[in-house]
Design a protein around this ligand. Sequence first.
Ligand code: AMP
Length: 229
Amino acid sequence: MSMHRKLIVFIGPPGAGKGTLSQLFVDRLQCKQLSTGNLLRKHIRENTDLGKSIDLALKSGKLVSDDCVIAMVIDWLGNHARDGRPVILDGFPRTRAQAEALDRALAQINADASFGLSVLQMELGDEEATRRILGRLVCSQNECQAVYSMVGAQTMGDSGYSCVRCGNVLIRRSDDAPEAIADRLTIYRRHEREIMEYYRACGAWIMNIAMNRDPETIFLEVQQRLAGI
Ligand code: AMP
């Protein structure tokens, strides 16, 4: 991967495979990953003040407030983005305000490290996204939260309903319930348009990637295209 482009944002609908692709980048290219969804779910399970205040939003598939998520991400970047390893933002930015705040934060980080931003826009239709979400299980362990697909049964490994990475039990996410999925997709599509307009207007490096293929093929294509920047 080119060292001039060290921060990659994954913009994709729920079910596109952001978590799965992130995991391949973490395992194979020593990238760091920040999944805002995972971090928020961790707050909920640990019953922190933040967790209590966002529980309902997550369950119903609504977005958490920009202020809250932006503060969390900036804090994370301050602690994790200074050692030169490439960073993947999985699930952030989710709104135009978040994209703008990220740019401002990067301008500050750039004072002492050269952080370039690449945008990976993931393409997957609502029907397939819904099918995948309905067939998804995740590891219940906060630090793991590995994603498994019951649709492609081979990714379940030999462990049945426990995680092949850490052995903990797999669960269904509360927001993966059928009644929340349509809302989540509608909210995503609305914000996706605004975020991508913003990045196009800024002249950001954007890569469109079809997600209706197996993760290995997608990983190799993304890796190749990032290397060519
Ligand atoms: P995810 O795991 O990325 O599907 O996110 C799960 C849920 O966490 C979303 O439906 C939102 O409620 C919340 N969430 C995650 N990332 C963000 C974000 N960048 N802005 C606002 N809410 C978020």
